[in-house]
Write a protein that binds this ligand. Sequence first.
Ligand SMILES: [Zn+2]
Length: 269
Amino acid sequence: MLRSLLFCALTLLGATGPTALAAPGPDPDAALARLADYLRIDTINPPGNESRAVAFLAKIFDAEGIAYETFEATPGRGSIVARLPGGDQPALMLLNHSDVVPADANAWVVPPLSGAERDGYLYGRGALDTKGLAMIQLEAFLALHRSGRALDRPVLFATTADEEAGGYFGAGWMVRQRPDLIADVGFVLNEGGGGRVQGTIPVFSVEVTQKIPLWLRVTARGTPGARLLAPGAHGPGRSDSGPGPGDGAALCAAPAARGGRGHEGRGRS
Ligand SMILES: [Zn+2]
């Protein structure tokens, strides 16, 4: 699957220039090894420690001679933005995040941060969200750089912190404090879509937005009461003699309570 995704990423980037990418092509084995190394970096959020991922990526960009900037919204919560220069068309940004959600090792067949390969699968917290995406984008980014082609637009590679907890110390901070880093960006390729082969047909889904908290202010009119029984006794929100004055309040309150829990929970993307 990694090989097919690499091909997809390179195809997308090839469309940004007037001609297709030339050699050198991607090296799937090296990309796989790099992904395994990346999975072994502990960036579980909380607390994040995403500057570890920044150091990993900065070393690669240094070796390749690619310009980049880093920032820490708070100590240890680092992000990095690398840039390939190009023409005056709106820039394309490849965006991913380095933090991952916690993992219960008891529920894993291998240690969550092992980057172990088993039966043809690479295991690791964040392999799909989004360290795998990061390495796919990175391979495309590096191939574009190595091709030496003149680009009709700048191409950015950005790895940000704290996406799993709202992005306040990552993309959110960058938008607020360093908008200059992304001022020329016209297009962003980010997580959310996906690709798979259905039968013999490659299918790529495109996600254009994500759900966000929906806050509702609910007003219930009627005579308040406290005649409710536990759900299941005689049906939710009903007293033993059937619907009463308190039922309206109970039915209105339930959706609001669900909405509240949803907001407090950690976002996944
Ligand atoms: Zn994600």
